[in-house]
Structures are given as structure tokens and as C-alpha cells.
Ligand binder design. Structure first.
Ligand code: HEM
Length: 137
């Protein structure tokens, strides 16, 4: 089980690397005026989303479900954590939509809105880690 938990945590860190950096790229992309910068951001966003963030999300979920269903974990903490994870998956998908909108030149979100959007994963990280470490219920 410890191998699974270690792989779960490594995958989670990989996922969060993308969740923290991709929306930041969106902020700079939304501010960029010149074609060269916009093309560069499109490449960076695509590689980060498909090469790091999405594999991290899939592996975090696979190892997490394996831990949960394979070792009989239960409790209110896990239900609360899964609710946060569901919100994080929705956020991940929303990032995908924003990436496609920016690539197609149809983004309507300002850089200020994107900066606030960028803060959400931090809230989930605090919530999920404190729930799984302290298991309050
Ligand atoms: C479908 C998604 C997930 C499931 C089913 C899941 C389930 C689990 C389970 C059953 C454990 C073992 C708990 C223990 O050994 O006490 C665990 C550990 C852990 N999970 Fe998740 N998890 C998921 C996603 C996440 C996410 C998104 C994060 C981070 C935000 C996260 C952070 C952690 C951490 C830090 C541990 C180690 C806790 C410890 O060693 O005390 N997990 N997870």
C-alpha cells in the first residue's frame, strides 16, 4: 500500500504543477498583443495540458481509487475529499475549454478574471491535504 500511496502523492504533485501553471499561462496569453507570443503560448499550453496535467490527473485518480477500493478506506473525510476532487476535475475540464478558446481566438475572459480563476486549485489543495492527514470525521 505504501508504494501506491507514494505514487498517488507523486501523481498529485504532477497534476498540481499543471493546475497552478496553466491558468498563469492563460493570464499572459490574454495579455499578449503580438502573434509570435500568442503562438508560443499555444504550444506551451498544449504540451502542459496533454503532457503533464492530464496524465497527472489520471494517475492521481487511478492510484487514489486503488487505495480507496483496495484497502477499505472510508469515512466522512474521504467523501468530503472526493467532493473536492470532483470540483478539481471540473476545473481541469474548464481549463481545457479555456485553452481551446484562446487557441481559436474566441477567449472572452480578462487577465484579471483569469488571475482569480488561477487561485482555485490552492483552496482545493489545502482542503484535500488537511482532510486526508487529519481525517476529522
Ligand atoms: C479520486 C481521487 C482520489 C482518491 C480516491 C483518493 C484517495 C486516497 C486514499 C484512500 C488515501 C490513503 C489515506 C491514508 O493512507 O490515510 C489517499 C492518500 C492521500 N491523498 Fe488522495 N485521493 C484522491 C485524490 C487526491 C488529491 C486530488 C489529492 C491532493 C490534493 C490527494 C492527496 C492525498 C495525500 C497527500 C495522501 C497521503 C495522506 C497520508 O499519507 O496520510 N488525493 N488518497
Amino acid at each position: 500500500m505504501l508504494w501506491l500511496k507514494a505514487l498517488h502523492i507523486v501523481s498529485m504533485v504532477t497534476w498540481f504543477a499543471g493546475l497552478f501553471y496553466l491558468p498563469r499561462l492563460f493570464v499572459y496569453h490574454a495579455l499578449a498583443q503580438d502573434e509570435l507570443s500568442q503562438e508560443r503560448f499555444k504550444v506551451m499550453e498544449r504540451k502542459l495540458f496533454w503532457g503533464i496535467m492530464t496524465p497527472g490527473a489520471v494517475l492521481t485518480t487511478v492510484f487514489g481509487l486503488w487505495l480507496w477500493l483496495g484497502f477499505g478506506f472510508s469515512g466522512g473525510w474521504l467523501h468530503a475529499k472526493l467532493a473536492l476532487v470532483a470540483a478539481l476535475v471540473a476545473y481541469h475540464v474548464w481549463c481545457g475549454k479555456l485553452m481551446f478558446d484562446l487557441r481559436a481566438g474566441r477567449n472572452t475572459r480578462s487577465h484579471v478574471w483569469l488571475r482569480w480563476f488561477n487561485e482555485f486549485p490552492l483552496v482545493v489543495l489545502f482542503g484535500a491535504v488537511f482532510l486526508v492527514v487529519f481525517k476529522p470525521a
